[in-house]
Write a protein that binds this ligand. Structure first.
Ligand code: SF4
Ligand code: SF4
Length: 479
């Protein structure tokens, strides 16, 4: 959607589409020094960012009833979301939840464009609300940063750069520790910190690598993460349309742009854009929003605030750049509930309904009983036959659960535990073995069906079916 008339020196109107805002015509990376954003959108974003940062940094350390609020232990496949544990056995639930999230993102993006990027994405929040602010604090505003970069390596410049990169690395180290706490839990992280380094070489190696990666992203790679790497940024161009709300320049009001003139007759026939370039100066991805919605725009709202400040100064109404849709600008009407949006919403409601139902009815205890392969049967001293079984009971709750395995059929069968099969630890698994003893009478040669029932705290939890193998001459003792 092109909305204005940026041309190159040949008159080609869409020259801006041929190269990225942070890359020169020769293909070299252009370091962006955006001006410090100020304004009401930025103030609200700052509050939202601090709230989200507080959640992010405390997530793995806050506990609900002694359990982590968030844990994403990929290595051991343990997940805790808002105090609710998920096990590998909940994979179907997990996949459906991820699918719901994808549909939600599609729906959200179709309606609100890339609002996620500007307001919620950790990359933008860390970059714009922490690292960029430290840069302003140490090196000054955009113009001072440019000047410092051009200067020779004086003592002051070396000190400033060392201080900046030292603070950057310290924060990256903090982020890496938090990241590891999400993966391994706060307990193992605390052990890595307090135990002798030689006992946790792998953990220390992981923290070092994460720290370097975060440092590299925020000190050097920066906006390229959003423009080149992030799949969501690419994906969103397929999801937005004329009705999607995004940070948009009102070209009907702004064009034809013209430098500010004092005499009234000189401004006749011109739009409200005074071509001051402030919206471009504050943009962290280096684009000119007046060219229309672009892939590089992360909806950070800095250009809205910058333009509003200019409009205040020239006594024209705010909102030349604002949240709107292409149709909102073109036809002055917004249409949120398009058939596409309604279809996505319907799919999302169905998916959420299924996930909620499955979640509400999922087993808190899951049991698997398998006849051990290899050994067919064994003779007991009292003349009965026995088979070996292995049992696994997973406890998804945070409390220790007393369990009992009972035989449902055949009635004459007896379970002889080979170890402790009475308790399942919280968030843990009971792994054990037992013998199932049966009198020879009534047994058929070969496979005989057996059924077990699992009781937790005296309550029936689940039934498990298996088989008992008897020899072909089962009726003869000592066979
Ligand atoms: S800040 Fe506003 S007035 Fe200035 S160039 Fe951008 S759109 Fe035009
Ligand atoms: S165009 Fe505006 S909203 Fe988009 S990234 Fe640049 S400053 Fe932020």
């Amino acid at each position: 959607m092109t909305t204005s008339k940026t041309t190159d020196n040949t008159g080609y109107k869409e020259a801006y589409r041929d190269h990225l805002g942070n890359v020169t015509q020769e293909g070299k990376r252009l370091k962006i020094h955006p001006q410090r954003p100020v304004g009401r959108h930025h103030s609200v974003r700052r509050i939202v960012s601090w709230v989200l940062l507080a959640i992010l940094f405390t997530g793995p350390f806050v506990e609900i009833g002694g359990h982590p609020l968030l844990l994403l232990n990929i290595l051991e496949r343990k997940f805790v979301l808002f105090g609710v544990p998920f096990w590998p056995q909940d994979l179907h639930l997990f996949l459906l939840a991820v699918l719901s999230l994808v549909v939600f993102i599609v729906l959200f993006t179709a309606v609100f464009g890339r609002i996620w990027c500007g307001w919620v994405c950790p990359q933008t929040i860390f970059m714009e609300m922490i690292f960029r602010k430290i840069e302003y604090w140490i090196e000054g505003d955009a113009a001072m940063q440019r000047r410092l970069d051009r200067e020779p390596w004086t003592q002051v410049k070396i000190l400033k750069k060392m201080l900046k990169h030292g603070v950057f690395f310290a924060i990256s180290f903090l982020i890496a520790n938090t990241f590891l706490a999400y993966i391994s839990g706060s307990g193992p992280l605390w052990q890595i910190i307090t135990d002798p380094p030689s006992e946790h070489l792998q953990g220390l190696f992981s923290i070092s690598i994460f720290s370097l990666v975060f440092y590299g992203v925020f000190a050097r790679f920066r906006e390229q993460a959003c423009i080149i790497v992030c799949p969501y940024g690419r994906w969103q161009s397929a999801m937005v349309n004329e009705d999607t709300i995004a940070v948009t320049y009102d070209y009907r009001r702004g064009e034809p742009r013209a430098k500010l003139k004092r005499a009234e007759h000189e401004t006749e026939g011109t739009g409200d854009c005074i071509d001051c370039g402030q919206c471009v100066q504050v943009c962290p991805t280096g684009i000119d929003i007046r060219n229309g919605i672009q892939l590089e725009c992360v909806n950070c709202t800095a250009c809205i605030d910058a333009c509003d400040a200019i409009m205040d100064k020239v006594e024209r109404p705010r909102g030349l750049i604002r949240y709107s849709s292409y149709r909102g600008i073109e036809e002055n009407r917004r249409k949120l509930l398009t058939p596409r949006v309604l279809a996505y919403a319907a799919v999302l409601v169905v998916l959420l309904g299924v996930v909620t139902y499955l979640f509400a009815t999922r087993d808190q205890l899951q049991a698997v009983i398998l006849r051990e392969p290899g050994k067919l049967h064994t003779d007991l001293a009292d003349g009965r036959l026995a088979n070996f079984y292995s049992v696994k009971i997973i406890n998804k709750t945070f409390a220790e659960v007393p369990v009992e395995i009972r035989v449902v059929e055949p009635a004459a069968a007896e379970i002889i535990p080979l170890g402790d099969l009475a308790q399942v630890p919280p968030q843990g698994m009971l792994v054990g073995r037992f013998l199932l003893a049966l009198p020879r009478e009534g047994l058929m040669p070969g496979r005989n069906p057996v059924g077990f029932a699992i009781y937790a705290d005296g309550r029936f939890v689940s039934a498990v079916e298996s088989a008992f193998l008897a020899p072909h001459n089962v009726q003869k003792k000592g066979s």
